[in-house]
Design a protein around this ligand. Sequence first.
Ligand SMILES: [Fe+2]
Length: 276
Amino acid sequence: MELEDELGDILEKGRDGKSWSQADLAESTGMTLQEIVRIENYEWTPQKKVIFKIADALNLHGPSLAAIAAAEWSPKKEIPVSGNFDVICLNVFMGNYPVKCYLLICRESRSTAIIDTGANPGEIIKKTRELGVEPEMILLTHTHPDHAGGLSKLDREFGCPTWVDKLEPRPFGSRNMRLIEEGDSIILGNLKIETIPTRGHTLGGISFKVDQSVFSGDSIFSGSMGRANSSWKDLFNSVSQNLLTLPKSTRLYPGHGPSTTVGEEKLHNPFFYDKS
Ligand SMILES: [Fe+2]
């Protein structure tokens, strides 16, 4: 199970949290600039003791970072749980880059939501036909093109409302846009979907929670965090305070990479080890 982020990505995001340049990290660890550049370009994986030194400088959890660098850790495989809904995970590509989009289906009513559209949502349409479901809403965790670029195609296909946080830049393509206010929940068949603000990757980033499953967009990845396009501090705080305070068994479905749980990330994510 391949993680979304490698050592180089994690270093870059760790530096971002401190507003450090590569030269700053080199200076603080006594390494050369060239060594930092090579790590971030995926050209060099240093020994454990060097990784611990870097982790220390960036306030990351050393053992977790070393385990990811050595490809020794990935989250436990998801075991389907019996409940009143199904989650279908789809890889929807933008070029070669996969984005995780999800179908959330109420088992009793067959009511279906699409969570994020990807850029080219043909795969989503195909799956709904295979399953014989007619989506009645589109939920957007945020509106980056790889997550919302397929909106107009899905709007034409299904003609259903699209929900997006009121703080998020409006995406193109929906003829029926509903804005999420703080504390809103959304009803899908017999399911209640709660909204959880997860700001920082974007201004109006939001996660959707149903029962013990959370669709968390690009806020947290298994073993890493999203890129802080809006605010690193907001992103770190919203993940620590709004997601990782949920019960350990809560399943997180991110926008990229494998699904994970709150418990796994609190034990193995170098950014969030023991941080909530
Ligand atoms: Fe994104």
